[in-house]
Ligand binder design. Structure first.
Ligand SMILES: NC(=O)C1=CN([C@@H]2O[C@H](COP(=O)(O)OP(=O)(O)OC[C@H]3O[C@@H](n4cnc5c(N)ncnc54)[C@H](OP(=O)(O)O)[C@@H]3O)[C@@H](O)[C@H]2O)C=CC1
Ligand SMILES: CC(C)CCC[C@@H](C)[C@H]1CC=C2C3=C(CC[C@@]21C)[C@@]1(C)CC[C@H](O)C(C)(C)[C@@H]1CC3
Length: 572
């Protein structure tokens, strides 16, 4: 490569894709067509980088010399503080010729220009490779060592260059208009005697949508949940390490309140919950209004969020897209975490525990003149109750999901949590109110078995990944094979995560099937959930694949080569 800036064999600093971190890499070659350099990181990860993502390596000697001269000119106080906190970044000297990107010696500082502290950086980056991938214990470090190393993993600042999902601004706008219209369609359609696709509902007069009492109930419900969430009862759990270098704590007390609510509902049965069924449309529009106001608030406050507090995917600078996707990663009012609260409490708890689904069972009894809910209704209620109770029981596990780790909090999740979940995930129960579907015992048994199989896969796989991410050295996971990555985190390649790349989605889809089956095959409507869910999870899977490809580079490719299927073994 004669006329090139970097030659094969050169040791340089290469940017880690999707981040502003630079690590030492060796140049392997250059492709004139794509104008990309192939480089190899110290752990063996090979990536292709643009020239502007590469800079000249600052050697330990140069670095030491500069550090010395710099530290000589520093006040003793500053020197002390640096040695106390090895993870701190250092200011770039003005004479430095490298670009003003971030090169980390520790936790990223989004707005600071820092320089290569190569000695320290390399030490942290120089991962011990496994003798073989299957030898999990040999290469895994002690948890505290791992924690230290993983501090170098998260990208420094929310890059505006992160690829846009959903078709960017236009796609986001279409979705923002389509999603509420779709909810409206479902809510109106389910009340039709014949909810088939050839019999579409007519739009009711506008004033039907507005009911101050319904809005009052929605607000009271959300504030009641917020009050329960803020009381200092229950466990405090730590979230994952953020790009800002912080770890947030969450009050994971969902199960305490779920039990309290269920007991309260069992004791106090005087309330006429069929109001929920008869005012479903008004409750839906009231919740939509609240979600819209919340999204505006979230967008406005995100303008004052620091770069490292913004989601990588929601900081494009495109107003509509960022409003939809969510710009701030973890918006909090003091210790009150808005995203965590909305995802786990008002909508999810409202969905089943003593509210919407139970209201549907009562409405069914009233409408069909039954002494007890039908078997189909009982199945749907019990299945979804298990799902929500499980989610709240394992609330800590949500801290390692995409929503909490990667997605910003904006319209998508605010609407999803407050409108989509409570008013569309209850569609099967809502459908059964006026469309009975008697079940024979063998069919009922088969559906129960299907649900249990799905639940087993879902729970086991989610718990396995969560336990591994929390403590990779957990002795209960010692039998699992892993692949090391350049970030210091490893990827599970056996166990559930060795079967398919998203075993948790597989379990979730099997459960979704079990939720629709009790409604029979007379209409497509109650099957909407599994169709939507399949689309959601396939899209989510590809979003995650892209994000992991950016995070883990060739280690991710290796994982994909080893675990070939994404969600359904042998099929997809
Ligand atoms: N009912 C509903 O409407 C919905 C339910 N869900 C459910 O929520 C749960 C969470 O889903 P979601 O947040 O989408 O995704 P995951 O819980 O699957 O999280 C994905 C992350 O897991 C880590 N990961 C991926 N592969 C591996 C591996 N081999 N070894 C170790 N870590 C790995 C990666 O993060 P990193 O490496 O950075 O840790 C990746 O970004 C699922 O069970 C899903 O079914 C999801 C959406 C909607
Ligand atoms: C409006 C859009 C089309 C889609 C919005 C998606 C959201 C409704 C879902 C995104 C991820 C979710 C999760 C759950 C509920 C649905 C949303 C918010 C979850 C809380 C359900 C209970 C599970 O046990 C879980 C694993 C905790 C789920 C986490 C993801």
């Amino acid at each position: 490569m004669p006329s090139l800036k970097y030659q094969a064999g050169d040791k340089v600093m290469g940017r880690w894709p999707g981040s502003s971190l630079y690590y030492e890499v060796k140049v392997l070659g250059y492709d004139a067509k794509s104008r990309l350099y192939t480089v190899i990181y110290k752990d063996g990860t090979e990536l292709e980088l643009k020239e502007q993502d590469i800079m000249v390596l600052v050697t330990s000697f140069q670095q030491r010399t500069r550090s010395r001269s710099r530290s000589n000119s520093r006040s003793p106080g500053r020197r002390r503080s640096r040695s106390r906190s090895p993870a701190r970044t250092t200011r770039r000297s003005s004479s430095h010729s490298t670009p003003s990107s971030l090169i980390l010696s520790g936790f990223p500082q989004a707005d600071a220009k820092v320089e290569v502290d190569s000695e320290k950086n390399l030490g942290r980056y120089n991962l011990r490779r496994r003798k073989e991938d299957g030898d999990s214990k040999a290469a895994e470090a002690k948890p505290e060592e791992r924690e230290e190393r993983s501090s170098a993993a998260p990208p420094a600042a929310a890059a505006a260059s992160t690829p846009l999902d959903f078709g960017g601004n236009i796609g986001a706008l279409v979705l923002m208009l389509f999603l509420p219209a779709w909810v409206l369609f479902l809510v109106l359609q389910v009340n039709q005697k014949d909810p088939s696709l050839t019999n579409l509902p007519t739009l009711p007069p506008l004033e039907t949508f507005w009911d101050p009492q319904a809005l009052g109930f929605v607000i009271i419900w959300i504030f009641f949940q917020a009050l329960l969430y803020t009381l200092p009862v229950g466990k405090l759990s730590e979230g994952v390490l953020l790009r800002s270098g912080r770890r947030l704590t969450y009050r994971t007390n969902g199960k305490t309140y779920l039990i309290t609510l269920l007991v309260a509902a069992a004791v106090y049965q005087g309330a006429d919950l069929t109001y929920i069924h008869s005012h479903f449309l008004q409750l839906t529009s009231a919740s939509f209004l609240v979600s819209m106001l919340l999204s505006v608030y979230l967008y406005v406050r995100s303008r004052s969020a620091g770069l490292d507090e913004r989601a990588l995917g929601g900081n494009s600078g495109k107003v509509i897209y960022d409003f939809f996707k969510g710009r701030e990663l973890n918006p909090r009012i003091k210790e009150f975490d808005l995203k965590f609260f909305c995802e786990m409490r008002p909508g999810l708890i409202g969905w089943v525990s003593c509210l919407i689904n139970v209201a549907m069972a009562l409405a069914e009894m009233k409408q069909q003149k039954l002494d007890a809910p039908s078997y189909s209704m009982i199945l749907v209620n019990v299945f979804q109750l298990i799902y929500v109770v499980d989610g709240l029981w394992n609330e800590e596990a949500i801290l390692t999901t995409m929503d909490l780790m990667d997605d910003g909090f904006g319209y998508m999740l605010a609407f999803g949590d407050l409108v989509w979940v409570p008013f569309t995930y209850t569609l099967q129960a809502n459908y059964l109110v006026s469309h009975p579907n008697p079940l024979s015992l063998p069919v009922l048994t088969a559906i129960v078995v299907l649900k249990l199989v799905g639940f087993y896969i879902f729970r086991k796989s989610n718990s396995e990944k969560n336990a591994f991410r929390r403590n990779p050295a957990d002795p209960r996971l010692s039998h699992l094979k892993t692949i090391p990555t350049a970030t210091g985190k490893s990827l599970l390649v056996s166990g559930w995560w060795g079967v398919v790349r998203h075993p948790n989605y597989l379990g979730d889809l099997i459960m979704a099937l079990a939720w629709s089956l009790p409604c029979g095959f007379s209409h497509l409507l109650p099957w909407y959930y599994i169709i939507y869910f399949l689309i959601l999870l396939v899209h989510r899977d590809s979003r995650d694949m892209n994000a992991c490809r950016r995070k883990y580079g060739s280690a991710w490719d290796k994982y994909c080569r080893t675990v070939r299927y994404r969600i359904i073994p042998g099929v997809y």
